[in-house]
Write a protein that binds this ligand. Structure first.
Ligand code: GLN
Length: 460
């Protein structure tokens, strides 16, 4: 198929179902023109990337030239960035065609997209249920065949959990593996951009394009990465996990995991054994404190990052004659931020305030170090760790949105990887008792993202 045909097919699909799904906040009016140019270049004999001409959806947390980038917030309504985020620029350079921007919880805070200022996204499997979050739009777009793949961002699970509850594949790369330049920051020490797709190989192909060193991001790693697509193809061709030692994380296979998710997970473990993997149980004891530490570190960093939305340089401005600058800033932030964002700004500034800093932020950082050490110890015993990717299948709208602690607790399976910086993948492992997708999580040591793709492609 030509790029015009592929792009048109997806635009048609968006026109047909997105009124109901609401995966997109913005559809790229220039997509077909971009597709036509790729087709012309190919017709002229130019050697293009293997993904050139393929359409892709972009989470609205990423800055895009010519398309609004709101991060799901009113405070950035209508803002069109003057530059592309590096992952977006790299996709464009490889000839991929951006279909548009996908819905998300405001500033990526949430696990259901119910915190989007523009209304929730519906799960294509059951439209009364959440598609996960914060990147529910990207995962729903892939699951509803509105896009073959999408970009997301994962600070505490926002790629992996939506992938899990929509039956998709999602990858959080090693911290520093993909540039954060142009990704609207939530918590800078945790944020990573990564792919969502229907197959492991597709995620690998996208990761190969977006990854690698970027001088615009000071935390971007300077190292040579292997080809993740080659790793995925090797895994699929080998069809065996012979020689791979796999650890089941004891702390993520117990209370809080729904019985049907637990059952699917047991089956996945048997599948891994059947493929020749050696399975042992491994403990990562400090996981017990991961949610508590994360919900101090994240609000602390977020409160600092969100200080830039001052209504002066960009975004919403609410002003009346005679007001001071402080009045205008306060009124704009009052009108522009939703309840969850305000809650976390208050939590974060409190945790960072003089007299409390050591007790809260300092302790949380110590827990973070313990989690990193526990993972080091676990990976001294095994090559790969596994757990359920999310504690339950997709929950219903309204089920957790009024109870922040219940929403936060849902992140237990995904948060540890962000605190440790290690790479993680969610991939489908069957359906729950309610007929909804269940996700398996694979975790690898720092820099060993290729191991996820090799093993993921073997067992998918
Ligand atoms: N659900 C988590 C949170 O609300 C994860 C968010 C994310 O990864 N962006 O913080």
């Amino acid at each position: 198929v030509s790029s015009v045909e592929a792009t048109q097919a997806h635009l048609d699909r968006i026109a047909a179902v997105d009124g109901e799904i609401h995966a997109f906040l913005h559809v790229n009016a220039g997509a077909l023109d971009e597709a036509r140019r790729i087709d012309e270049r190919r017709a002229a004999g130019e050697q293009l990337h293997e993904l050139a001409g393929a359409p892709v959806a972009i989470k609205d947390v990423l800055c895009t030239i010519g398309m609004p980038s709101t991060s799901g917030s009113r405070i950035l309504e209508g803002w069109v960035p003057p530059y592309d985020a590096t992952p977006v620029a790299r996709l464009k350079a490889a000839g991929l065609v951006a279909l548009g921007k996908t819905n998300m919880d405001e500033f990526a805070m949430g696990s259901s997209t119910e915190h989007s200022a523009y209304g929730p996204t519906r799960n294509p499997w059951d439209r009364e249920r959440i598609p996960g979050g914060s990147g529910g739009g990207s995962a729903a777009a892939v699951a509803a065949f509105e896009a073959p793949f999408a970009l997301g961002s994962d600070t505490g699970g926002s790629i992996r959990q939506p992938a899990a509850v929509t039956g998709s594949v999602g990858v959080k790369p090693t911290y520093g593996g993909v540039s954060r330049y142009g990704a609207i920051a939530l918590a800078s020490s945790l944020d990573q951009v990564g792919p969502v797709s229907r197959t492991v190989l597709d995620s690998a192909l996208i990761h190969d394009v977006i990854g690698g060193h970027d001088p615009h991001d000071s935390t971007s790693l300077q190292r040579e990465w292997p080809s993740f697509a080659a790793a995925a193809r090797e895994g699929a061709a080998a069809g065996s996990l012979q020689g791979l030692k796999v650890g089941v994380i004891r702390e993520l296979d117990s209370e809080g995991i729904a019985p049907d998710v637990h059952a699917r997970f047991q089956e996945a473990v048997r599948l891994i054994e059947g493929a020749g993997g050696e399975v042992v149980e491994v403990s990562v004891p400090s996981i017990e404190y991961a949610v508590a530490a994360y919900y101090l570190i994240l609000p602390a960093e977020a409160s600092s990052n969100l200080a830039r939305f001052d209504s002066v340089r960009f975004g919403l401005r609410v002003e009346r004659p005679g007001q001071t600058v402080e009045d205008v800033m306060a009124a704009s932030r009052e009108a522009g931020f939703g309840a969850e964002v305000k809650r976390r700004i208050i939590l974060g500034t409190y945790a960072l305030s003089a007299g409390y800093y050591d007790a809260y932020y300092g302790s949380a950082q110590q827990v973070r170090t313990l989690i990193q050490r526990d993972f080091d110890a676990a990976f001294a015993q095994v090559d790969l760790l596994v757990s359920p990717a999310a504690p339950t299948t997709a929950f219903r709208f309204g089920e957790k949105v009024g109870d922040p602690l219940a929403m936060y607790a849902n992140d237990i399976t995904t948060i540890p990887a962000n605190l440790a910086g290690i790479p993680g993948m969610a991939l489908p492992m069957g359906l729950g008792d309610d007929g909804l997708p269940v996700g398996l999580q694979l975790l690898a040591p720092l820099f060993e993202d290729a191991r996820l793709y090799r093993a993921g492609a073997t067992i998918e």
